[in-house]
Design a protein around this ligand. Structure first.
Ligand code: SAH
Length: 248
């Protein structure tokens, strides 16, 4: 039965009533057009701050990849710390808003080999955002990375795309790459739509063949907003993923 709280929650929950198959690229482009971007944070992500040293592992000025980056504030923060950032995002609005809101001047160019893709680069060259489908991106375009910050990339992808995504991510990991994967695990009694739900076991199924996986954090972050969505539990998990070949 729909409660008043659930009805209110629909205004905020980007996944309410959506099946996996409906989360198309057009869905995301439209969300950005309508500015329905409840996932966006106007500050550096707490877990990134907390685990940055784990990603860096003593290294300075590394290359960091942001898959499905939106206009994450974190990218500017890391660039200001001296790192080089590459992001991929399907929405041109998101990419342009990132540069405008961060007061960064940028250039905009087509990407050879990917139809309709464009790369937006900050004038100091520290941040490059590729406006394209992540599945059109590869290490041939921008090389490999020393670190990856991944928040909210797996949730929008359906089952078979998650495996394609895993394949892509592995090819983007340079030797010594430290990949921080931030996911949400939640439960909802009358669940029919798509709240983000990525259990630790799924991450292990996806990555354990080629990677070492360490659960760094699992913390309950159920807030008033998520209660409005009708959720009963909301846990944020951070995994550190590294290539097995690094330890052999
Ligand atoms: N990581 C970001 C945004 C997560 S929401 C953050 O922390 O704020 C997922 C984002 O991925 C949305 O901005 C959406 O437009 C984008 N997106 C979804 N599917 C995509 C795809 N296949 N390729 C590139 N971007 C995609």
């Amino acid at each position: 039965m729909a409660t008043a709280a659930n009805a209110d929650g629909k205004k905020f929950n980007m996944f309410e009533g959506k099946k996996h198959a409906e989360l198309t690229l057009e869905h995301w482009i439209t969300r950005w057009e309508k500015q329905e971007i409840g996932f966006h944070l106007d500050e550096v992500h707490e877990m990134l701050k907390k685990y940055l040293d784990v990603m860096l592992n003593g290294r300075k000025q590394i290359r960091i990849f942001f898959p499905l980056c939106g206009k994450a504030f974190d990218m500017k923060w890391l660039a200001d710390l001296g790192h080089t950032i590459v992001g991929v995002e399907i929405s041109e609005i998101a990419v342009k808003q990132f540069f405008t809101e961060q007061n960064l001047s940028y250039t905009q160019e087509p990407v050879p080999g990917i139809a309709d893709a464009e790369v937006f680069k900050s004038s100091d060259g520290r941040i490059s955002l590729y406006k394209c489908n992540v599945f059109d991106f590869s290490s041939l375009i921008a090389g490999q990375f020393d670190g990856i910050w991944d928040r909210g990339s797996l949730q929008p992808l359906n089952g078979s795309d998650r495996q394609r995504y895993r394949e892509l991510i592995i090819t983007l990991m340079a030797k010594g790459c430290r990949y921080l994967l931030d996911t949400l695990v939640c439960t909802k009694s009358d669940y029919t739509g798509l709240p983000p739900k990525i259990p630790d076991s799924e991450i292990r199924d996806l990555f354990s063949h080629t990677c070492n996986i360490q659960l760094l954090e699992s913390s309950d972050t159920l807030s008033g907003k998520q209660k409005l969505w009708g959720l009963e539990s909301f846990t944020e998990e951070v995994h550190l993923i590294t290539l097995k070949t690094d330890s052999s």
